[in-house]
Design a binder for this molecule. Structure first.
Ligand SMILES: [Zn+2]
Length: 416
């Protein structure tokens, strides 16, 4: 009998080792589903390799628009910084040409590093779609690089390690709020010491993560991690202690421009969430039935992720909701575009995404053990928010063109 137990025990150990081995191999060789649709060269002209280049191209296109329409304003807001004197949020405002009724705000790089794709979409919009907007009664405000520090230095967060999409609120109580679930995961999310990609914790990261998923459920974990937290300044998803300089800078602009319009429609551009090569329409939860219906109409034929799926989570202090807060009395339609990169809707994809973020944040605060580790971590993060694949980029522009072109036409018929 003893012998039987021994054999069963050995078999169990072998089975566990096998599972660990397979998942570790799968995890460390993970790649999302490639975009197979061939790239079109016309779509690739909108992508550049630095914040400055993106900004310059944005301004060049704005100058062209200025020649075509009346009273176009091109300007910039300087973002206060201790590290860099050349951080600006640039904008181009095309006012309604006859009657002020509707305003479209197309904004990019609330998450700095996501600005490459955001800028590309804005550039495409300026070159190809501005003429499709009914400018007689509709104004357009393009805001470029809301987090210029993160954009320039390839970080998602601001200079103060703040996630701007967790930082926005008119109510200071936000910064006192406590995300209890996050504290329980603090150690896993914020390892200390220099990054060593060959450490046990990193090579077997997925084992730790899967164990946490079994313990807490994916939904609970996703919510605890992604919601935002206001206690740990160096931690992931830190939402700040007060409004960040970027948000402070952009608020008066939003108020001033929106003042004369009845209806305001914001599309905030993001990357990194969802299925690779898919443009997800991913607004914050909306209760108001008319707003939901109007957004369904504007984007009809496209799926809107209203937050009823399993991979849904809510965040506090997001930028699109904030625009509504600072524009009381306006009829306000918020929308977020998310260009998926790493298949984060899958378990492996979401673990990989999280791991990339953890390592990058740890490396920023504590450094890297080797140059190779630093390069690998930075490349992975850039790839996650700005894929180098031409097919991916081309598809992103094609989807944005199709959906935005429909949206601006349908927006014309929206009444409050
Ligand atoms: Zn984002």
């Amino acid at each position: 009998m003893k012998k039987v137990f021994k054999i069963v025990f050995i078999l169990l150990v072998l089975a566990v080792l096998c599972v660990v081995g397979i998942t570790t191999y799968q995890y460390n060789t993970y790649a999302p589903n490639p975009v197979t649709q061939e790239a079109v060269s016309n779509n690739l002209v909108y992508f550049q390799t630095s914040y400055e280049e993106c900004r310059n191209n944005f301004i060049l296109l704005a100058e062209k628009i200025k020649k075509k329409f009346k009273n176009v304003r091109i300007s910039k807001l300087k973002v206060e910084s201790k590290k860099d004197p050349d951080l600006t949020i640039d904008y181009c405002y095309v006012p309604a040409q006859k009657k002020f009724k509707r305003l479209l705000i197309l904004s990019s790089a609330v998450h700095g590093i996501e600005g490459y794709v955001g800028s590309a979409v804005q550039q495409m919009f300026m070159k190809e779609l501005i003429g499709k907007v009914n400018l007689a009664d509709t104004g357009v405000l393009l805001i470029h690089g809301i987090n210029p520090y993160g954009f320039k230095y390839n970080r998602r967060v601001s200079e103060n390690n703040v996630d701007l999409n967790r930082n926005c609120s008119k109510d200071n109580r936000l910064y006192k709020s406590v995300n209890a679930g996050y504290s329980n995961l603090y150690g896993m999310l914020n390892p200390e010491g220099k990054v060593n990609l060959r450490s046990v914790g990193n090579v077997f990261f997925q084992i730790n993560a899967i164990q946490k998923i079994i313990q807490h459920s994916m939904k609970t974990l996703r919510q605890a991690i992604l919601q935002g937290q206001y206690q740990y300044q160096e931690g992931l998803y830190f939402g700040g202690n007060a409004l960040e300089p970027s948000i402070k800078a952009v608020t008066p602009l939003l108020k001033e421009i929106a003042k004369n319009y009845e209806i305001v429609f914001n599309i905030d551009l993001h990357t990194g969430y969802g299925a690779r090569g898919t443009l997800h329409l991913f607004p914050m939860p909306i209760e108001d039935k008319k707003i939901k219906k109007d957004l369904e109409n504007i984007f009809s034929g496209n799926h809107i992720d209203w937050g009823d799926g399993d991979d849904f989570y809510t965040v506090t202090g997001d930028f699109t909701s904030y625009i509504g807060q600072v524009l009381p009395g306006k009829y306000y339609l918020p929308m977020v575009f998310e260009f998926g990169t790493l298949d984060s809707q899958t378990t492996m994809g979401s673990i990989k995404s999280l791991h990339n973020m953890i390592v990058e944040n740890q490396g920023f605060h504590h450094g890297y053990k080797t140059k190779k580790d630093e390069l690998k971590s930075k490349t992975d993060v850039l790839e996650m928010y700005y894929p180098s694949s031409d097919n991916w980029r081309s598809k992103a522009i094609e989807d944005a063109r199709r959906i935005l072109s429909q949206a601006v036409t349908k927006f014309e018929s929206i009444e409050r």
